[in-house]
Structure formats: C-alpha cells, structure tokens
Design a protein around this ligand. Structure first.
Ligand SMILES: [Zn+2]
Length: 308
C-alpha cells in the first residue's frame, strides 16, 4: 500500500522526493491558500515544516475564480486554509461552511486591515459602484502585507506549536524583506517628473498609490466592470495627455488590448504592473516571489514616472 501511495504521489507531484512521498510528507502542515501573495507568505513562514498549495490554478484570473468540487476535497485534508478577506474571495466563507473538517483552521489574512474605498482616485466619474466593502487589494501596501504575515504566523503557531520558533524566525525575515521594499519604494519614487499611474487594467493599486503619494487612474474601476465606452476612453486619453505621464501600464495575465489602445493613442510606452494576484505557470515553476514581482514593478514605475 505504501508503495502504491508513493507511486501515486510521485506521479502527481513530479518534484516530490522519495522521502517526501512516504510518511515525512503526511507530518508536514498542509496549507491551502487562495492567492499568490498568501502563497508566498505562507511558504516562507512554513519553510520545511509545511506543504503550501495555491487554490487558484497558475495563470487563472483571481476575481472570476470559483472553487471547483475537487477543491472542497482538498480542504478536507488540509490543516490551514488562508484567504485574503470576504471582499476579495466572497465565496470563501460559504465554501468553509460546506467543509466538515474538524482539524481545519481558516485564516482571514486581511482581518484588522481597514479597506480603502474603491475607485476614490478614479478620474472619470464612474466610481465605486462595485465592491461597496472597499478595495480588496490590501497586499499592495507593504505595511498591510506585514500585518497579513503576522496574522498568518498566528495560524501556523496555533496549528503547530512545536515549530513556533522556526515559524517566527521565518516570518521576521519576510517582514524585514517587506520593510526593505517599502524603504526602496519610498526613496525611488520620491523625485519623479510624473506622479500619476495610468493603468489600462482593473482598479488594484489604490493602496500603493496612497502610500507613496501618487495619483492612480485605472481604465476599469473594478474587476468585472464592462469595458469603458468611447467617451470614457476619450476622457482617459485626454487625462494621459494632460498629465504628461511617461507610460501606460497593463495588468498581468489578461489581454492588454485596452492598455495597448491607450498607449498607441498617446504615443506612450506600454509597461507591466503586476498586482500579484496570481502568477504564470512559468513564474511559479521558476520560484518567483511576491517581493520579486514588486521589484519588477518598481523598475517599471521609475521608468514610466520618469524618476530621478
Ligand atoms: Zn484585483
């Protein structure tokens, strides 16, 4: 039986070692998370004592995701389930009601973090008709991200007190990395010729803009909004011209068609700004981290905002 289990494990997980395939793996804390930033935080905290898996398939769009029947089965076997909050994953709490697993602990990683009103900075007058609860992209303020790490850490130590010391050290290291990111963003974005981020994607960077005193305009005030109409596009193009910004940003994992139109109409370069909801299969395999994505963003922000 053990041989069969090991064989199935190795067929399912190409990377699993023979040691991991036997009893060693069953002793690791089984952690399931919804989004990539949580995945990165949880695997950093858990280190060698946790198996962390992402519910969202690599490359999938986060806002339109709905859990599949197989996900409920996976939750039955998990020790920890971590989600961002009821406005980012409105399905999470009802999913949990359907899971009858005594050992499972659920963590709302956004607990205690006040939400910004979504679309407040939006320039074209069709604000906040979505997500009345506020902007769910809390991880894009690195101070919030630190709070999320603290909340996730509490879940790990409650479920596995024997490794609390290691979890705390790992979490402290991750917090230090976030602190360093915050410092480099603050100094790199202090002196820029433009202070307006023009985003041809859905409203996601409100927290980041607020933290570094930038203005943020997005073509879609919320995910799932219908495309802007011709008049709204014209207003957006006019705004880009009047702010003299150096780039139009497109979002990860969706077609950049709209951002591309804005860039072409205004003769601006098109640059990626990743909110980090999810990553591609290639990036996941390459072991890219949330701070890596944020470093790439900073490079593109410095270029697009023409910072000194
Ligand atoms: Zn989003």
């Amino acid at each position: 039986m053990k041989v069969l289990t090991a064989l199935i494990c190795c067929l399912l997980l190409a990377g699993c070692t023979s040691q991991g395939a036997t009893e060693g793996s069953s002793k690791k804390l089984q952690v399931i998370v919804t989004l990539f930033p949580l995945y990165d935080m949880a695997r950093a905290i858990g280190g060698e004592y946790a198996d962390v898996s992402l519910l969202l398939p690599p490359g999938a769009e986060a806002h339109s995701f709905e859990p599949r029947p197989g996900d409920i089965l996976r939750l039955h076997k998990a020790d920890l389930f971590i989600y961002t909050g009821p406005f980012m994953e409105p399905w999470a709490e009802s999913l949990l009601k359907g899971v009858d697993a005594k050992g499972l602990k659920a963590i709302n990683a956004g607990s205690g973090i006040p939400l910004l009103r979504q679309g407040k900075e939006q320039g074209d007058g069709h604000d906040d008709h979505h997500h009345e609860g506020g902007d769910p992209h809390i991880w894009l303020d690195f101070h919030n991200a630190q709070t999320m790490v603290t909340t996730i850490l509490a879940g790990f130590t409650a479920q596995e007190p024997a490794h609390a010391g290691a979890f705390r050290r790992n979490a402290a290291q991750y917090q230090a990395r976030l602190e360093e990111l915050d410092r480099s963003y603050r100094s790199a974005l202090a002196d820029c010729r433009s202070r307006t981020i023009i985003h041809g994607g859905h409203f996601a960077f409100g927290y980041l803009a607020k933290r570094y005193d930038l203005r943020y305009l997005s073509a879609f005030p919320a995910s799932g909004d219908s495309e802007p109409n011709a008049r709204q596009m014209a207003t957006m193009i006019e705004l880009i011209r009047s702010t003299g910004t150096g780039a139009v940003y497109y979002e990860e994992l969706v077609s950049p068609r709209l951002a591309d139109t804005l860039a072409r109409e205004t003769g601006s370069p098109l640059l990626l700004l990743s909110a980090g909801h999810n990553v591609s299969r290639d990036d996941l395999a390459r072991g890219v981290t949330f701070p890596d994505l944020m470093e790439r963003n900073l490079k593109n922000l410095r270029q697009g905002l023409r910072c000194r």
